[in-house]
Write a protein that binds this ligand. Sequence first.
Ligand code: NAP
Length: 262
Amino acid sequence: MKTKVAVNASSGKMGQQVINQTISNANADLVAALCRPNHRLLGRQVRYTDIYYSSNLDESLQQSEVVVDFSLPEGTLQLLKTALITSTPVLVGTTGFSAEQLNVLKTASKKIPILLAPNTSIGVNSTLALLSMAAKMLGKKADIEIIESHHKHKLDAPSGTAIRMGEAIAEAMNENFDDLKVTDSRFDKRSRKKGEIGMSVIRAGEIIGEHKVLFALDNEIISIEHKAQNRLCFAEGAVSAAVWLASQPAGFYTMQDFLASN
Ligand SMILES: NC(=O)c1ccc[n+]([C@@H]2O[C@H](COP(=O)([O-])OP(=O)(O)OC[C@H]3O[C@@H](n4cnc5c(N)ncnc54)[C@H](OP(=O)(O)O)[C@@H]3O)[C@@H](O)[C@H]2O)c1
């Protein structure tokens, strides 16, 4: 049986990719494509399907077994209100949540399954395991810098993926990421302190998403890098994880939970 998938923010760059991926995934069935009210896509047919773009959250979620969301934090929280009423699992690919907004997601996960993934690509999630390994071996000796590059339209910085990478590195070193991260060291006019995790951000052109982590020793540098070649890598992982999420009990999940189940 195919899993009935609704796509929120379907007008966005990721929303469009998730629609295409849902249509081509053998285990998924696109049942709703959601847009904001008054969007120019409303009422139009989604290519290669008999689905029409809609802004009716309630009706769309009632027809769905899971909803995939790549929007903005406000959009996710609005979706969540309806998902709680219709008991629909939510895969959240949106990034940039405040601590308060994250708490809203965590509280909702007591009632419905929620998977929060600042990066849904299988490659990035494998990279997290490599970073953990490198941090265990080199973390205490090396200067660590996370350098992320994205397109000029991206609103949040550093990226959710860069933050998740920093957390994975800090966890492997038995440290708290918030105590180690430095986002503005270049402007402080001071030399680098031991143990800091530097965060560098580039916003330019149409870069889809690149993350490089340097472990710099005095005489050599180890570099671990992931480059998204296109948005399909995010959409593929998101739809596969959404199909899995649809059959999970209420709870707060990550991509690691999905990958560990396979
Ligand atoms: N997890 C991952 O692997 C991954 C990968 C790539 C991107 N992302 C994240 O996914 C999100 C979307 O990225 P994108 O590149 O697709 O951006 P985008 O092209 O700007 O699309 C944003 C989408 O969100 C909708 N939206 C904005 N505010 C909303 C609101 N208040 N309520 C409902 N919908 C709202 C927009 O609708 P309109 O068309 O009406 O403006 C649009 O459909 C970002 O947070 C980005 O960082 C995550």
